[in-house]
Design a protein around this ligand. Sequence first.
Ligand code: CIZ
Ligand code: SF4
Length: 309
Amino acid sequence: NPIPQDLFAAINELKKELNAVILAHYYQEPDIQDIADYIGDSLGLSQQAANTDAEVIVFAGVHFMAETAKILNPDKLVLLPDLNAGCSLADSCPPQEFQAFKDAHPDHLVISYINCTAEIKAKSDIICTSSNAVKLVEQIPPEKPIIFAPDRNLGRYVAEQTGRDLVLWQGSCIVHETFSEKKMIELQVEHPTAEIIAHPECEPAVLRHAKYIGSTTALLKYCQNSNRDKFIVATEPGIIHQMKKAAPNKQFIPAPAMNNCACNECPHMRLNTLEKLYLAMKNKTPEITLPEDIRVAALKPIQKMLEMS
Ligand code: CIZ
Ligand code: SF4
């Protein structure tokens, strides 16, 4: 079957036919963001997935995000345009090693960032996102010790913000660790009025220069409301598409990677293309499936998060 010339029209047609909703993460390529019914960060996307009436969820994001949608909607067909769209952060926390880590800290409550596999969620007490991590940790009684997994940078940031002593799993994201402090400062010298804003998955060397640190949604709101007109953005540059739409007169400069490569673009997120999204809807595959026992165990800490945030 040939690929239609007008993919936008073909996708909209299939959307009606399937009663589908297209959810896209901010790190998706601009075309995918433009065809989506909802664009957001992990928290917003999981809230949308929890509340949708659609029969089919087309998830333009990475595997753990689509998996979260499936955990919340076991009876719906959840499609991911490319099943290989994984996540280096989720991969940095293998279930067996994590179980051993948990066993070594038996009194600890386990709070896991949503960027992890269903197996890790099933071993967690509460899931969080970068939008609500601080707020959730603040709700835990101070005497209760906490394991925070899998991102050590977000964990360190949350520990600083809450004054809590968190036991951190040492995982990280290849994209957010690729920014160069030196190049960012050179850029700041070139653009003295630009404000550096960053995602908490970045390393401390980058975060210490940021005027504002927040989740992708928070960064977007910040740019919109700030009276500055120039920003250096230290997160995946896909978000800049929405920043430009929200504030067309402002300038957004992607924070540079170590060796000036395009490695600040998430290679996993970018595996999805408009064409693959069309094909997934047309062929109703690849779909997300997972064992029911893991799904049920992973649902509990997600529900806890949705109640608490
Ligand atoms: O790095 C990611 O995957 C992020 C920032 C996800 C999210 O939406 O919080
Ligand atoms: Fe995973 Fe990092 Fe890509 Fe987000 S940006 S999906 S944390 S590899």
